[in-house]
Ligand binder design. Structure first.
Ligand code: NAP
Length: 262
C-alpha cells in the first residue's frame, strides 16, 4: 500500500535505536524527509547516516534530551529550517525508572512528567503551526500498554503515560476540524535494548536465564512471541499516513494480544 506521504517532513524523537529508529526507517521508506534526535550525538549521527544511505532521503539529526523543552523546541525550529514545514510528529522518549509508590518522591514524578508528558506537549506545540498552515497533520505518541492496563512495578510510567493519552484525545477533538489527527501507539513486548535489559533484571531476580524470562513474558501474549520493532513501526507509519485519514483520538495497542481487556 502506498501510504501517500512522499516528501512529507516527519519529526521522530528518541530515534537512534529501538522503536523510534524503526519508525524513522519506515517513514523514510515511504519517502518522508526526516528529523531525528536522541541524547547521544554519535549514535544519532550514525542512525541518520544509515537512514540516508538506506533510503536516499534527507535526514536532519541533532543530539537532544527531550526532557529539555527549550532544546526540543530549538531542534524542531532547526529541522523546519533544514527540511521545510513539519507534517508528521512522532513523540517518543526513554521510559522512566521502574519502582513502587514508596520508591519515588516529588522530584522523580516531575522528572517522569518532563520526560514523557512535557516532551510530547512541547513537540506538539512546536509543530502545530506548520500543521495548521497545511491543514494536514499527523501526531502519534509512543506510550505503552500501561495506558490500558497498568504494569506492576512501573508506577511512574503508569501514572504519567495515561496523561499523554488524555491530552491527545482532547487535541483530536480540538484540531479535527483542521485535519490534524492525534493517535497513540502502545507497545507491548517489543524486542529492543530496553526490553532485553528489563528481561535480564527480572531473570536475575527470578534466578533464571534471560531467554527463559523472555519466553515467560511472551507466553502472556496471544501470539506467544515478542514483537519486532519493524512490526511496531509498520502500524505507526500507517497512523502517520494519508491512508489513516479517518482515524483520530484512538489508542492502538501493538502488543500481540498482551492486553486482555476487550
Ligand atoms: N520495548 C518495549 O517492549 C516497550 C514496551 C512498553 C513501552 N516502551 C517504551 O517505549 C519507548 C521506546 O522504547 P524502546 O524499547 O524503543 O527503547 P530503546 O531501544 O532503549 O531506545 C530508546 C531510544 O530513545 C532514546 N532516548 C532515551 N531517552 C531519551 C531522552 N531523554 N531524550 C532523547 N532521546 C532519548 C535513546 O537514544 P539515546 O540513548 O541516544 O538518548 C534511544 O534511541 C520507551 O519510552 C519505553 O519505555 C517500550
Amino acid at each position: 500500500m502506498d501510504l501517500g506521504i512522499q516528501d512529507r517532513v516527519a519529526v521522530v524523537t528518541a530515534a537512534s535505536r529501538g522503536m523510534g529508529r524503526a519508525i524513522a526507517e519506515a517513514l523514510a521508506a515511504e519517502g518522508c524527509k526526516l528529523a531525528i534526535c536522541s541524547r547521544d550525538s554519535s549514535a544519532i549521527a550514525a542512525a541518520a547516516e544509515a537512514i540516508r544511505g538506506g533510503h536516499g532521503t534527507a535526514v536532519f539529526h541533532k543530539a537532544v534530551d527531550v526532557s529539555d523543552i527549550d532544546a526540543l523546541r530549538a531542534f524542531v525550529a532547526e529541522a523546519r529550517a533544514a527540511l521545510g514545514p513539519v507534517s508528521i510528529a512522532v513523540a517518543n522518549a526513554g521510559g522512566p525508572p521502574g519502582g513502587r509508590f514508596e520508591n519515588f518522591g516529588a522530584e522523580d514524578w516531575q522528572a517522569a512528567f518532563r520526560l514523557n508528558f512535557l516532551s510530547t506537549w512541547a513537540l506538539i506545540e512546536s509543530v502545530l503551526p506548520d500543521m495548521r498552515a497545511q491543514r494536514w497533520g499527523r501526531v502519534v505518541s509512543l506510550t505503552s500498554t500501561s495506558v490500558r492496563q497498568p504494569i506492576e512495578g512501573l508506577i511512574l510510567s503508569n501514572g504519567v503515560r495515561a496523561s499523554v493519552v488524555g491530552m491527545l484525545k482532547t487535541l483530536a477533538a480540538e484540531y479535527g476540524p483542521e485535519n490534524i489527527l492525534f493517535n497513540n501507539a502502545g507497545p507491548g513486548l517489543i524486542a529492543t535494548d530496553r526490553l532485553l535489559s528489563i528481561a535480564q533484571r527480572r531473570a536475575d531476580a527470578a534466578g533464571i536465564g534471560r531467554d527463559e524470562m523472555i519466553e515467560r513474558l511472551a507466553s502472556q501474549t496471544a501470539l506467544r512471541r515478542v514483537g519486532q520493532p519493524q512490526e511496531f513501526a509498520a502500524a505507526v507509519a500507517f497512523l502517520c499516513s494519508e491512508r489513516a485519514s479517518y482515524v483520530t483520538g484512538s489508542s492502538l495497542m501493538i502488543d500481540g494480544g498482551l492486553v486482555k481487556a476487550v
